[in-house]
Design a protein around this ligand. Structure first.
Ligand code: NAP
Length: 294
């Protein structure tokens, strides 16, 4: 049976480290980190995610500002809100919760965020800096995975890392990070996507398999090399009448049978998910301490 890579416990450790640093900042009379989040519309999942981020800020002692806008807000109005936050010296980090309504260009809004405050790591400046191995705000989900590999001492150098999925927020940055010259990194990386031929043959050669495909329980035991490290990014709600809530969460990996074969694996829930918020808080701390752009 594989070692369980516990994202919940690790994220709690990171959050208490951050809270410790906030106490020091306060004691030194410094400025407490301040995160602003913009939420457009009333999408239930987005509200849940933003509320969790605001609550996490409170727990580590950050200040937070939530700006809520109607889904009828114009692109111009939203860009103006971003600009105002860019110029507000009280605010260190800014995130715009996605998705945005169809009439608003995600690219335009992302590009408007000042790179120095882009704690989601989505702007071209931060993606470029990450690719160059310069100090950067790295997108929260890939950064959380890197931190898990590090804290579980997973050897990555010279390993074959296969990433399934090439989204801008997960798969693509993940492949760059695993190939970087450093630890975690120095892997030989194969980035796969929907046009990949013979996916299963490729995944069977992976020492580290990172799955961000967005398809419930897609990866089965026969796709996994014995002893592989398996990181499951997927999150899916499925109906389950035995649960009080009426649903349970599953990932992109068929956990039970893959855990039998892997050497280490992230569960869903409690794996990659909780790390995402810890990474966002960490980036906000970096922003407040001006550690990325100097
Ligand atoms: P996405 O944007 O939908 O990307 C999915 C990727 O999978 C695409 O690159 C797609 O290829 C590829 N793909 C689709 N079918 C495939 C196939 N049959 N074989 C190989 N590749 C295939 O998804 P995402 O935003 O990266 O998210 C992935 C999953 O992670 C979702 O379940 C999401 O909910 C979850 N997620 C979790 C967190 C967290 O904090 N835990 C954060 C973000 C996302 P093409 O590019 O060719 O279409």
């Amino acid at each position: 049976m594989a070692i369980l890579i516990d994202g919940k416990k690790t994220s709690q450790e990171i959050q208490s480290e951050i809270a410790g640093r906030v106490s020091e900042i306060k004691a030194e009379g410094g400025k407490v980190p301040h995160l602003a989040a913009i939420l457009v519309g009333n999408d239930g999942a987005s509200q849940t995610y933003v509320n969790a981020k605001v609550k996490a800020c409170e727990q580590v002692g950050f200040e937070s500002t939530l700006v809520r806008l109607e889904d009828t807000v114009s692109e111009e109005e939203l860009l103006k809100v971003v600009e105002d936050i860019n110029e507000n010296p009280e605010i260190d980090g800014l995130i715009v919760q996605l998705p945005l309504p169809n009439h608003i260009s995600v690219e335009k809004v992302t590009d408007k965020i000042k790179p120095e405050k882009d704690v989601d790591g989505f702007t071209p400046s931060n993606v470029g800096r990450m690719a160059l191995n310069w100090p950067a705000y790295v997108a929260a989900t890939p950064y959380g995975i890197i931190e898990l590999l590090k804290r579980y001492n997973i050897e990555t150098s010279g390993k074959h890392c296969v990433v399934i999925g090439r989204s801008h927020i997960v798969g693509s940055p993940m492949s760059i990070l695993m190939a970087r010259n450093g630890y975690p990194g120095n892997s030989t990386v194969t980035l796969t996507h929907s046009r990949t031929v013979n996916l299963s043959e490729i995944t069977q050669t992976a020492d580290i398999l990172i799955v961000a495909i967005g398809k419930p329980e897609f990866v089965t035991a026969n796709m996994v090399k014995p002893g592989a490290v398996v990181i499951d990014v997927g999150i899916h709600r499925i109906a389950d009448t035995s649960k009080k809530s009426g649903f349970r969460l599953i990932g992109d990996v068929k956990f039970g049978e893959v855990a039998e074969k892997a050497s280490a694996i992230t569960p869903v829930p409690g794996g990659v998910g909780p790390m995402t918020i810890a990474s966002l808080l960490y980036n906000t701390l970096l922003a407040a301490e001006k550690k990325v752009y100097g």
